[in-house]
Design a protein around this ligand. Structure first.
Ligand code: HAM
Length: 421
């Protein structure tokens, strides 16, 4: 038999059972964004290709190899967003949210990158992110990391994620550093692998980020950005670290942390776990003070981060096993005969009015008592509410606990909402 049309490689269907974890994470994130006063923004998944070329950088892997780009029917070049930051800046500029004011925004939605799919790396994946505009830091930089640290604590993951930070300096400081790096790596050109040869003149900072173990020694001897930083950048970094120390957030300073997008300046960071193999970066971000101007706005300080939801779900499932959120119904109505079906529908609607948080499932399509109880059990419900002719006649219901060994109870139907569900 033919397999029929399948989903596109690297693009996943998420089925109800796995989405329980997503809902658990999303509910926590919604609570935290409210606590920290961030506001949601939603932007289209399609944008003009120029937006990403101009912001992420033409020489980055994302722009040069991974974008889903096509001409639409009008001949305009469009791209499925490969990240959220550029879109949020574009929307902020377009709607006047950025000039002469401050903004704290969050977003959650699908992102598209044509990477080689493997565990934790997909071609469509979801990012949650925060972006803050008009704050020069380092206070807001620290708040963003505290938000993430709180998320890990609330999810019980604080012992499984480690923070790495670095200071990339201003554009001018980085330009000087870039020259130093080119000089250093050019002097050792014979030791560069193919990727690094390619990056040498286009994007030499990315050589620091190499995954090739044979290059590690060369990279560890490379000049440090700290040799090129001025007083202001150093003070920013020191103050940032002091905030983290006061908050009790542990971190490692990693001079080779450069990030794969070109718009960063000053602080960059990544939260990494050992549990997901090569795809261990769960959340990452930093400051991007030049991007807004690059995209046509007035110079505005900006900082943010994004987190891959799939990676977080994988990590939670590995560490926690079963999801703490249970989306099974609380009650399954077993309805024996036409009179019970009629009364059961009414009772269920009344109960939904009286107890809005209870989850109810009615039995549909009849069936004998044994079958209906089997379905009740399979639904995951904690209780079966049983109605037969006798119950209907006496305006009562029978309640059977499906998860605990307790005797059945028969109660007046009008007291159903007061039962200790
Ligand atoms: P990024 O490091 O490219 O940063 O992506 C952020 C996170 O998205 C990663 O740490 C990872 O969890 C997840 N992610 C990336 N690629 C994949 C993939 N192929 N499959 C599954 N998950 C993935 C950014 O996108 C920046 N916009 C972050 C930012 C916001 N910086 C400032 N504001």
């Amino acid at each position: 038999m033919s397999k029929g049309i399948q989903a596109i490689r690297g693009m996943n269907d998420y089925l109800p059972a796995e989405l329980t974890y997503w809902h658990y994470i999303e509910a926590t994130l919604r609570r935290l964004t409210a606590q920290y006063n961030y506001h949601e923004i939603r932007t289209p998944v399609l944008e003009s290709t120029a937006l990403f070329n101009r912001s992420i950088g033409e020489t980055t892997d994302i722009v040069s190899k991974e974008m889903y780009t096509f001409d639409d029917r009008n001949g305009d070049s469009l791209t499925l967003r490969p990240e959220g930051t550029a879109s949020v800046v574009r929307a902020g500029l377009q709607h006047g949210l950025i000039y002469n004011q401050t903004q704290k925004l969050w977003y959650l939605g699908p992102i598209f990158r044509h990477e080689r799919p493997q565990k934790g790396r997909y071609r469509q994946f979801y990012q949650f992110g925060l972006e803050a505009y008009g704050y020069a830091g380092p206070d807001i930089d620290a708040e963003i990391v505290m938000f993430i640290a709180r998320l890990w604590r609330e999810l019980g993951l604080e012992d499984h994620l480690h923070l790495q930070i670095n200071m990339l300096g201003s554009q001018a400081e980085r330009a000087v550093y870039r020259e130093k790096l080119v000089d250093y790596f050019s002097a050792h050109q014979d030791q560069l692998d193919e990727d690094s040869q390619r990056r040498l003149h286009k994007n030499p900072l990315r050589i620091l980020d190499t995954k090739n173990p044979e290059m590690k020694a060369l990279v560890s001897e490379a000049p440090s950005i700290f040799d090129c930083l001025g007083d202001e950048s150093i003070a920013h970094f020191e103050a940032y670290k002091a905030y983290l120390d006061r908050a009790g957030i542990k971190y490692t300073v990693n001079h080779c942390l450069v990030r794969g997008l070109d718009y960063y300046s000053h602080i960059v960071f990544e939260w990494v776990t050992d549990h997901l193999g090569a795809q261990g970066t769960v959340a990452a971000g930093g400051r991007y003070d030049v991007l807004i101007e690059q995209l046509g706005g007035k110079p505005t300080p900006a900082v943010g981060f994004a987190m891959g939801i799939e990676r977080l779900v994988l990590l939670l499932a590995e560490i926690k096993g079963e999801c703490p959120l249970d989306e099974s119904p609380d009650i399954y109505f077993v309805l024996m005969g036409q009179a019970a079906e009629n009364a059961g529908f009414q009772l269920a609607e009344q109960l939904r009015d009286d107890c809005p948080n209870l989850k109810l499932q009615l039995n549909f399509g009849g069936g004998n008592f044994k079958n209906q109880l089997k379905r009740a059990d399979k639904s995951g419900a904690r209780f079966a509410v049983i109605l037969g002719d006798d119950e209907v006649e006496n305006e009562q219901v029978t309640i059977k606990s499906l998860r605990e060994d307790k005797p059945q109870e028969r109660i007046a139907a009008h007291t159903l909402s007061q039962f200790g569900w």
